[in-house]
Structure formats: structure tokens, C-alpha cells
Design a protein around this ligand. Sequence first.
Ligand code: NAD
Ligand code: UDP
Length: 339
Amino acid sequence: MTQRILLTGGAGYIGSHTYAALVEAGYEVVILDNFSNSARDVPDRLELLLDRKIKVIEGDVLDRAMLDRVFAKHDFDAVVHFAASKAVGESVKEPLAYMQNNIGGLVTLMQAMQAAGVFRLVFSSSASVYGNNAQLPIAETAERSYGNPYGHTKLVCEQIIEQTLASDPRWAVGVLRYFNPVGAHPSGLIGEDPAGVPDNLMPYIAKVAGGELPCISIFGDDYPTPDGTGVRDYIHVCDLADGHVLSLRSLFHEGKGHVVNLGTGRGYSVLEVISAYAQASGRDIPYLVAPRRPGDAAATYANPALAKEMLGFSARFDLGDMCRSSWEWVSTQAQSADA
Ligand code: NAD
Ligand code: UDP
């Protein structure tokens, strides 16, 4: 029998790629999104990509009455919860809005799930719950901490999930700690589309390659890393999407949850990413060295062993694939804007 999944935040960057992966894996999926951080045409693009009608509910996960109606109407077997606010800098300026949306959203959703008798949940957590001093490669057992309000919301959400699990054995929750998602779907139809000047490295480099921004600032070249620039574990968004399919499968088959890293286990420096992107795009990527960004860790990368052991997950795509797919998406977007 086809299992039915509610995808909150399914019009967003990771949510839209996961939608495609879940449909391809045979699940019946409904998107719930308030479009606060996603383009209105994402469902149309998904229809084009998958050649089928997409079911989208426009709504807010803080709206309990709406959630109750949605659960009453659809017989969901599980929920994948992406809907949240994710900009670290914005969270420092507006901590209360982040607490409300990320923590309030999870609590409201879990209450509605409980009332509807739906107890399987996949939750988008983040490597930000490890803070900046974890031993490398970072294992799930590393002590948790946070460096900003956004990271704090993810840590509190994980604690809320743990306490809820302890209170009721019917819950089975997959907590997925993403490292640095980048890249886009190979179709060129969906990808990351940040409004304004991007905060994150790869979307920024993409705009430099496309000529929208003049150069990239490297935030620090005096870190204790091989070339002095910051090291991160970049993971292709399509690999990440597949991780959600495996997480759900495990919840259905094992009937119990898991807390796992989703990363490649391989770190790349800022200079390595710039060089890989220049190669993928065939464009020059001018850069200058700027001071360190406050709060940045020198290096973070995952120990991916537990995700492999528990879910059978391992990343398929390398940095070249990530850059090529990003460039494909960015250049396709630019062409359609020019047309
Ligand atoms: P995104 O902003 O592209 O997607 C989030 C989606 O949720 C958007 O479509 C937005 O409109 C929607 N949304 C936000 N608040 C909502 C609400 N109250 N009700 C309904 N919809 C709402 O972000 P993303 O990069 O796809 O991230 C998805 C999840 O993964 C988030 O929980 C984020 O914190 C987490 N995460 C992201 C990263 C990353 O680098 N992108 C890393 C680690 C964890
Ligand atoms: N970075 C940079 N210039 C930028 C944006 C990011 O040098 O314009 C660096 C940043 O210091 C870090 C890496 O790129 O070492 C990844 O940063 P990002 O914001 O993408 O991810 P996060 O720091 O949240 O892991």
C-alpha cells in the first residue's frame, strides 16, 4: 500500500528535492508551505520535473486549527518537517521570531500529529548543534552546544523530540543532522534561490561566476587548516534528499527512530570550493581575503558511519558534481530571466 507523507516546507530548497526523491521512491506526498521563503512557481516546476499533479496546501505550521483539518482530511502515515527559518545572521537580529517559528512550529506540529495518531516524523536538524569545538570527524555522540539563536532552536527542537519520545513509545523520529547542503537537481528545474546577497559560500560563488557579484570574500586564511581557509563537509542536496527516503524507510521498517549525521565525511576548504566552481563553470572567480567571520569554526566534517550503518546512507556525489549542478541551475535561471 502506498504510504502518505506530509512534507512541511516542501516548496523550499531541501524540501523540493526531497519531494522529487520521495515521489520517485513511490510515496504519495502532500506539501504544506507558507511560501515565506520559497518561490511560488516551485510546485509548477515539480510538476514539470515529475510529470504529475502536485498537491500543495498553503498554510503555516503554527496554525493548529489548519493542521487539524489537514490531518483529518488526509490519512498521513508520516511527516517530514522542513518548515523553519534558517538564516543564522537574521536569527541574531530576530531571536524571538526564530524561537516562535522553529520551536513553536515543531511543538504545534507534534501536537497535531499526536491528536491525529500520526507518530512517525523526520526532523531537519543541523550540524550547528555541535557548536564549534567538536572533535573531528564529528560523531553523533559529540557534546551539543550552540553559537547563535538559529543553532539554539535546533538544539531545543532535538530536546523536545527526546522528551516527547520518552513520554510516549508510539513515537518514532528520525533526527537528521545536515552538514552543508549545496548543489541542485540535475534537471536544472529546482535549486537554491536565496533572496538578496547570499550568506552561504556556494550560492555566493555562484553569483560571482554568473557576474551578478564582483568577487567573493574569503573569511579568514589563517585557520589551522591545510590552506588556512575554513573547511566544511558539503553534501549534494540530492544525496541529502535520498537520506530522507532512507530515514522514512527505516521508520516504517524498524518502527524506531535514529539520530544521524548526513554528510560525506570529507571536508573541503573555501579555496578548494572556489577552484572546483571555477572549473565547473569555466568562469573566473575573483576573490579577496577578508577577516574571519565571527562565530565560524575552522573546520567541520561529519563522521558518516552511523548513517551508513543505520540507514544504509552514503553520499554518491563529489564536489565537482555539486558545483556543476549548481552552475547548471544558476545559468538556466539566468537564461530564463533574459528570455
Ligand atoms: P528553505 O527556507 O529553502 O525551506 C524552508 C521552507 O519552509 C520554505 O519553503 C518556507 O517558505 C517554509 N516555511 C518556513 N516557515 C514556515 C511555516 N511557519 N509554515 C509553513 N512553511 C514554512 O530552507 P532549506 O534550506 O530547504 O531548509 C530546510 C530545513 O533544513 C530547515 O529546517 C533548515 O533549518 C534545515 N537545515 C538547512 C540547512 C541548509 O544549509 N540549507 C542546513 C541544516 C539544516
Ligand atoms: N565563507 C566565506 N565567504 C563567504 C561565505 C562563507 O569565506 O562569503 C566561508 C565560511 O567562513 C566557512 C565556509 O565558507 O568557512 C562555509 O560557510 P557557509 O556560510 O556556507 O556555511 P557554514 O559556515 O554555516 O557552515
